[in-house]
Design a protein around this ligand. Structure first.
Ligand code: ADP
Length: 466
């Protein structure tokens, strides 16, 4: 399989060569046309010159020509490729350079033919004659016959010039082609280098080196998007991997104590140290239920954090939700004589997954009840602005020390281990609540004063028209 670089070089070179060939044909044709016209004009002006020169050599008194002058003029014309033949009307003079210098004339014609065939191998030409009368005053005194290799011919200098121009053009073409190949190599390098880095990094990620990043930047939008996507993927895989390790460590840590308690109790009963009575079996059963609950909550948290679960968002009437929750919590509230006040009117809406928003409220209200003193009060508030819905769950209970607040939403985090163990908390409720709120694109925070109470604040984005 060919590399992108090789493909680019081949394609650009082929395009350049094709362009050069077309331009070459065009320039060559133009040059030939130009030189043909030039040679024809030159020949014409030389013939014109001879035609004007001959009458000047006519001597009126003797009614004849100055033969010496004619010889000089005809020899000069021969140098320019013209064969001159002069005849007077009275046939007194019939002077032909061919009879005097036949060999030179033949050589000149052969030379012109060779010149033309060396440049244009298929050139069709041959000896051509033109006859012109010349007058003295108003009477015809004779005529001149001018022969040459026609229809036109290039002389040595013109041939050298035309060949030099072609050489220069060819050289320019080669230089241009080399430049294009060099430029293509540079361009293809800038395209393929980031791709090669992306392939290397993707290979590392595939081998489990999550978090590896492509440092390369690309000037091409598509390649840069590819780099960004791989970098994002790498970071996400790393985060997921960290989460998995963290969860495994957390779960192992959390399960170790209850499991070893359970193991110890059961072994004691099996060894006959303890009598397996109703009370001990009940304690073991409770521990097993607690373990099962931890595992189940971990599953919920994992699928929320990894976005495996789809949200089914709808408009939820907060006042209706709170009414239903106060029914559910009626017994617990009554047991501690706590008053639950709802500050919401019908039509106060929160946009979200009904089941999951309810789960958040259950977690926060049960905590509020758990950490409130007997006879306390819990408040539920809702408010809406242009973009967000804010829900507050406020209690007047024990509160949380300021230094504990930053870790509060971490899984298995408990402010007071002994207190929580006594009250049965596992430190997962707030992690689940936070995961649900963030899954909705919202935020959760807490304000608390020890001894005075805590307020949990959840902010949800409102339904977007998009
Ligand atoms: P738990 O199951 O232990 O309640 P959470 O994740 O819900 O787990 O809460 C974590 C810890 O935060 C609790 O153990 C408790 O110490 C503290 N906490 C939560 N809510 C409150 C509250 N309303 N008042 C005081 N402390 C709270």
């Amino acid at each position: 399989m060919k590399t992108i670089r090789m493909r680019l070089i081949l394609v650009y070179s082929a395009i350049t060569i094709a362009t050069l060939v077309v331009i070459g044909f065009f320039i060559n044709g133009s040059i030939n046309q130009l030189f043909e016209q030039y040679a024809k004009d030159r020949q014409k002006s030389q013939i014109e010159y001879i035609r004007n020169q001959i009458p000047e050599l006519y001597q009126e008194e003797s009614e004849s020509f100055d033969i010496q002058g004619i010889e000089v003029a005809a020899n000069a014309a021969l140098q320019n490729g013209l064969i001159v033949h002069i005849q007077t009307m009275n046939q007194e003079i019939d002077w032909d350079i061919n009879t005097h210098k036949n060999q030179e004339c033949q050589l000149m014609l052969q030379h012109s033919e060779n010149n033309m065939h060396s440049r244009y191998p298929n050139f069709v030409g041959g000896y051509t004659e033109e006859k012109y009368d010349f007058l003295y005053g108003d009477h015809k005194t004779g005529h001149v016959i001018i022969g040459y290799y026609g229809p036109y011919s290039l002389d040595d200098n013109e041939l050298i010039l035309i060949n030099e121009i072609n050489k220069i053009l060819f050289l320019l073409g080669v230089i241009f082609l080399v430049l294009v190949v060099l430029l293509t190599v540079l361009i293809s390098r800038s395209i393929t280098y980031p791709i090669t880095s992306a392939i290397t990094v993707a290979g590392k990620i595939a081998n489990g080196k999550y978090g590896t990043q492509i440092d390369q930047k690309s000037r091409n939008e598509e390649t840069q998007n590819l780099i960004d996507a791989i970098n994002d993927m790498s970071v996400k895989l790393q985060t997921e991997e960290k989460q998995k390790r963290q969860i495994t460590a957390d779960v192992a840590h959390e399960l170790r104590t209850p499991l070893s308690n359970l193991q110890g109790n059961l072994e004691a009963m099996l060894d006959g140290i303890w009598e397996p009575n109703q009370e001990k079996l009940l304690s073991c059963h409770e521990e097993i239920i607690r373990l099962a609950s931890i595992v189940q909550q971990m599953q919920v948290l994992y699928s929320l954090e990894n976005r495996n679960e789809q949200l089914e968002c709808e408009s939820i009437d907060f006042s209706v939700l709170c009414r239903s929750l106060s029914v559910d919590f009626a017994m617990k509230l009554e047991a501690k004589q706590i008053r639950l006040t709802v500050y919401a009117k019908k039509g106060d809406i929160v946009w979200g997954d009904r089941y999951k928003i309810r789960q958040c409220m259950i977690n926060l209200i049960s905590n509020a009840i758990q950490y409130s003193d007997v006879g306390g009060e819990i408040e539920l508030h809702i408010s809406n602005d242009d973009q967000y819905t804010t829900i507050l769950v406020k209690d007047h209970g024990v509160g949380i020390p300021a230094d504990e607040l930053p870790n509060l939403f971490e899984r298995f985090y408990r402010v007071d281990k002994s207190r929580s163990t006594k009250t049965g908390g596992m430190g997962i409720g707030l992690s689940i609540t936070k995961a649900i709120v963030e899954r909705h694109g919202g935020m959760i925070s807490v304000e608390s004063t020890p001894g005075k109470g805590s307020t949990f604040i959840m902010t949800f984005p409102q339904k977007s028209e998009k």
